[in-house]
Write a protein that binds this ligand. Structure first.
Ligand code: C2E
Ligand code: MG
Ligand code: MG
Ligand code: MG
Length: 288
């Protein structure tokens, strides 16, 4: 219970621990407790085909509904989950839940799941994915795994082998946050990614800064030459869409098309008159 957690928490205000270390320790204890408590939720952000403006899939983004803290965003707890290894258990839940959810959608919609380095190194990753695919009966071609360059920095040979195993199952692999790491071009050589997701920091200024536009143009050309699809992340304005269209970007994702949100009302919808997330509908950005 929350009371129990509160009591535990007092015990860890140890002498010599500074405020930041105590806060982190409390977050860690709360996170550990959350694993048995049904406090995690998956929200889904739409992915849209730039040419047709149709929704083609969703990215699963984790939210922690903490009883006292309110909704905690992934940037505030994923690193703690990583460092403590809890990300393996949490990530397994994400994989199963996202695939079970995707099973209730239109079967042309893809589902993208983020993986972090510790998950990648975990011996159970491949078997978790295989069993979650079997349980949900989602076709592997609908699953996209998003990784960042950091996965290729450490244990890269073992991680690249794992990526090949996953890809041989028919799963697609995307390189997330492209352009924010260290030696991006070298990583493109180490694995034949299916997709490059261009980081929001470039997209946010494509319509205002010539240098951002030049970088995006080059990344799209590079991806095309390597046979990879491109997605622009963090699209918020119609002007950005216009520039991305001119540059030949394939897909867009961002607040203009929708924030990540719960799709709970869609579960169990086959018997209700509610519509499942559907691939046929043209995606109209919300009015200002
Ligand atoms: P990401 O995978 O690059 O996800 C994109 C992030 O940008 C999300 O933040 C999303 O809400 C936000 N975003 C999307 N469109 C826009 C926009 O137009 N404007 C702005 N300002 N932001 C936008 P979120 O949900 O806070 O997630 C942050 C990061 O946490 C993710 O970055 C991902 O690296 C990580 N993450 C999220 N869920 C999971 C998970 O289940 N497992 C793992 N390992 N990592 C996760
Ligand atoms: Mg992502
Ligand atoms: Mg990203
Ligand atoms: Mg990110």
């Amino acid at each position: 219970s929350a009371k129990g957690a509160g009591r535990n928490r007092v015990a860890c205000f140890e002498e010599g621990m500074d405020v930041a270390a105590q806060a982190r320790r409390n977050l860690e204890l709360d996170l550990r407790a959350s694993l048995g408590r049904d406090e995690m939720r998956l929200h889904y952000q739409p992915l849209v085909d730039l040419k047709t403006q149709k929704k083609i899939g969703y990215e699963a983004l984790l939210r922690w509904e903490h009883p006292e803290r309110g909704v905690v965003m992934p940037d505030d707890f994923i690193s703690v989950a990583e460092e403590t290894g809890m990300i393996v258990q949490l990530g397994e839940w994400v994989i199963r839940k996202a695939l079970d959810d995707a099973a209730t959608w239109d079967d042309k919609l893809t589902v993208a799941i983020n993986l972090s380095p510790t998950q990648m190194r975990s011996a159970s990753l491949v078997s978790t994915i295989v069993s979650a695919l079997a349980h949900s009966r989602v076709d592997p071609s609908r699953l996209e795994l998003e990784i960042t360059e950091s996965i290729l920095m450490h244990d890269s040979e073992a991680n690249i082998r794992t990526l090949h195993t996953l890809r041989d199952l028919g799963i697609r692999i995307s390189l997330d946050d492209f352009g924010t790491g260290y030696s991006s071009l070298n990583y493109l050589r180490s694995f034949p990614f299916d997709k490059i997701k261009i980081d929001r920091c470039f997209v946010s200024e494509i319509d205002t800064r010539e240098d951002c536009r030049a970088i995006i143009r080059s990344v799209i050309n590079l991806a095309q030459n390597l046979g990879m699809t491109t997605t622009a992340e963090g699209v918020e304005r119609e002007d950005q869409v216009e520039e991305l269209r001119i540059e030949g970007c394939d897909q867009v994702q961002g607040f203009l098309y929708g924030k990540a949100e719960a799709l709970n009302e869609y579960t169990d919808l086959r018997s209700s008159d509610k519509q499942a997330p559907n691939v046929g509908t043209i995606y109209l950005p919300a009015a200002e």
